[in-house]
Ligand binder design. Structure first.
Ligand code: UT7
Length: 324
């Protein structure tokens, strides 16, 4: 049996910073409403880079940091809901630009849980002996699927990409995972509807269904119920108490969601790493961007135990407990 470990993180975000005050010139909102309801102060909004470009830059930085050759990479998985094309995948575009010609490449669609799902997938390919080095990327250009007239959604999201190198390891470092889906509630969060249109049929559809549609309250309540259960599930599977976990890195959607989760679990907010004030909700990119920032700040040390936990469209949710 082979084991895997997460060896390094990287990130790449667009330069363009959009503050809450900037948004109040676009829609009827205020810094006060956005800050107090979500914790978000600013986000990055792409001016020209699409998702593959953000993901390529993040993956290139990862190779530069780790010193691996592109030819050492066996697989690239991109978690995204905002790919440049329906085909090719973002992962294939990244592969071509990196020159990672030995890599098998595909995208994975699990919305804001995408990075956790993709890490789990990478872990399985390494455990089976099929791969040694996998690049896992979470990358989004959510700004292109937002209705910029809808203040209930457009203030929440941002663009960016984060990546992780998952490699073969002597020791078991990915300790436990807990993944779930609930398709019955798919309409609570949707985007990018493509109607059936051909010479034989022309589907009637809501023009707005291309844009992000979200029942915010429902997603809020779903996250506050399911995420604590999932955190307890991963820690319980390997008998690791939450006091032994250095950080919990949640999907960065809303600081009030995280406060409710902390309260339910009776643990301090200090255990949760949050950077949504700077980047907003970047869906699949939010967890790897946070992990990279933590690594840059020297917050993550060898042998630290970390839980990541994602939740969002699908509905999907899931957590992973790993050791650095
Ligand atoms: O990553 C995917 C997962 N997504 C999430 O985790 C999102 C989860 N949901 C949330 O974070 C929250 O539900 C929101 C931040 C989206 C909304 O917060 P809320 O406390 O649930 O507010 P609400 O939707 O109940 O709206 C309250 C009021 C409404 O006005 P009335 O009807 O009370 O007069 C809204 O029209 O706030 C109004 N409102 C705004 N006001 C100023 C909604 N958006 C805005 C805005 N600026 N941007």
């Amino acid at each position: 049996m082979y084991n895997s470990k997460i060896a390094a993180f990287e990130k790449y975000v667009p330069d363009n910073i959009v503050t809450n005050d900037d948004l109040s010139k676009v829609v009827d909102t205020s810094d006060e409403w956005i800050s107090t309801r979500t914790g978000i102060k600013q986000r990055r909004i792409s001016k020209c880079e699409n998702t593959a470009e953000l993901c390529f830059n993040s993956a290139k930085r990862l190779l530069d940091k780790t010193g691996l050759s592109p030819l050492d990479i066996d697989m690239i998985i991109t978690a995204t809901i905002t790919s440049d094309y329906m085909t090719p995948s973002v992962a294939c575009i990244v592969q071509g630009r990196l020159g990672a010609e030995n890599a098998v490449c595909f995208d994975l669609s699990a919305a804001c849980s995408g990075f956790v799902y993709a890490l789990s997938t990478a872990d399985k390919f390494i455990k089976s002996g099929a791969c040694r080095n996998v690049i896992v990327i979470g990358g989004e250009t959510l700004s292109k699927i937002l209705d910029w007239n809808d203040r209930a959604t457009c203030v929440l999201f941002g663009d960016g990409a984060g990546s992780a190198l998952v490699t073969l390891s002597d020791e078991k470092m990915i300790l436990a995972e807990d993944l779930h889906s609930d398709g019955v509630k798919f309409e609570s969060l949707s985007a990018g509807y493509v109607p059936v249109k051909n010479p034989f049929y022309n589907e009637k559809f809501d023009e707005n269904s291309f844009y992000m549609q979200m029942n915010g309250r429902e997603i809020f309540n779903f996250a506050v119920k399911k995420v604590p259960e999932s955190i307890l599930a991963v820690s319980g599977k390997v008998n690791v108490s939450l006091s032994e976990v250095k950080y919990i890195v949640p999907h960065q959607a809303n600081s009030r969601i995280v406060e409710s989760i902390a309260k339910k679990l009776k643990i301090s907010m200090d255990k949760f790493y949050l950077n949504l004030d700077k980047f907003g909700n970047t869906s699949a990119a939010s967890i790897p961007i946070a992990l990279c920032e933590m690594e840059e700040k020297g917050l993550i040390k060898k042998d630290d135990k970390i839980i990541i936990t994602g939740f969002g469209g699908g509905l999907t949710w899931g957590s992973m407990l790993f050791k650095m």
